[in-house]
Design a protein around this ligand. Structure first.
Ligand code: ZN
Length: 364
């Protein structure tokens, strides 16, 4: 005789909506998955005494739901157990794939002797929370990877909510001494834009600080992004009003342009506008004198991956990684989605060696 139980194992503090919907979804999925699991397990049905299936979801604020099944069987007096978790994206209602959770396929290759094919990367995976292991079926054979070995190898958005491991040891970008530690300054020109919030999310999550050289004429439309960036510890610098090639204009025009830009930024940033980056890096004596009149430091860059032309995040990321050294100032533009992706890649790949700081910290 067989008994079949479904139990809710535990639920972390839910949001009101999740409180109602997710348990229903979980129960539904647990029944389906539990049945599948039951059918796939080697068994002699007539001898199975009982089977227990449990489920969990976590954490409610993340866009994922994980169903854990524990199957405990007693077959002819011998008890066998099997646990699995399927991890779903709540929005798309599809299982996450290995390609999505790992920072890059080469990293997954470090953890397994099997060749990593495009097909394997589309595999879903199971989580064995009890043993703190990720279970994959690479090349048909089950592989178990310890959560602790995943540290530094996963995309940030999954490392903590899914596996509880830090993406890496965060550096303190506010109190670092760049004469002693290795620092990099990410700078973003020509914005803010509709991509700036996503960039700010990435910077916040990775504890990186950056500098935004904003255009005066965009300030009103994106005041919220400037307020947020300043509040989150980034520097807001001036990139002139409307990106004209300033040396072509008389001194008075240049000074008016820089003054208007500074006056537009400051009420929102709440910071003294200390840095000025001339459009195209174009300077002459008049530009330098106008910046000096406003007590602004002219800052160019040392690493330029031409992200405005190379709208390919992997290319931009690799190009920056090939050229940085301690103290580098990296030029990117937060008006391109690909550049925001490149920034995430650069931070992911270099955060173990470098601290990402704003220019105030670099020039402290
Ligand atoms: Zn520019």
């Amino acid at each position: 005789m067989k008994k079949f139980f479904i139990t809710r194992r535990f639920i972390l503090p839910p949001t009101p909506a999740a409180d109602v919907l997710v348990p229903i979804l979980c129960s539904f999925l647990a029944i389906i998955l539990g049945t599948l699991l039951y059918l796939t397990l080697p068994s002699q049905t007539s001898d199975v005494d009982y089977e227990i299936i449990t489920y969990e979801y976590y954490p409610p604020e993340a866009n994922l739901v994980s169903i854990l099944t524990h199957s405990k069987k007693s077959v002819a007096g011998r008890i066998t157990q099997h646990s699995s978790t399927w991890t779903f994206n709540k929005s798309s209602k599809t299982p996450y794939t290995l390609a999505q959770i790992f920072r890059d396929p080469a990293i997954l290759g470090e953890l397994t002797p099997n060749p990593i094919t495009a097909e394997i990367l589309q595999d879903s995976f199971a989580i064995d929370r009890a043993n703190q292991e990720l279970i994959t079926s690479l090349d048909g054979t089950e592989q178990r990877i310890k959560f602790t070995d995943l540290q530094g190898r996963l995309n940030f958005e999954f490392s903590e909510p899914m596996f509880g491991v830090n993406p890496f040891t965060y550096k303190d970008a506010d109190h670092v001494d760049c004469t002693v530690s290795k620092c990099l300054a990410l700078t973003f020109d020509d914005g803010p834009s509709e991509h700036t919030d996503r960039l700010l999310d990435i910077l916040a999550y990775t504890h990186a600080k950056a500098t935004f050289f904003v255009l005066g004429h965009r300030v009103n439309a994106f005041a919220g992004q400037i307020i947020r960036a300043a509040r989150e510890g980034h520097d807001i610098g001036s990139h002139s009003w409307i990106h004209r090639n300033l040396p072509r204009f008389p001194y008075a025009t240049i000074l008016n342009d820089l003054t208007a830009t500074t006056n537009a930024i400051q009420p929102f940033s709440g910071q003294f506008v200390r840095f000025f980056r001339p459009p195209y890096g174009s300077i002459n004596r008049n530009v330098n004198t106008a910046a000096a009149a406003l007590n602004q430091q002219v800052v160019l860059w040392t690493v330029d991956p031409w992200d405005w032309q190379n709208k390919d995040a992997a290319f931009v990321c690799n190009d920056v990684i090939d050229h940085v050294r301690p103290g580098s100032i990296i030029l990117l533009h937060d008006i391109y989605s690909t550049s925001v992706d490149a920034a995430q890649c650069i931070i992911n790949r270099l955060s173990e060696q470098y601290t990402f700081v704003n220019l105030s910290t670099l020039y402290k």
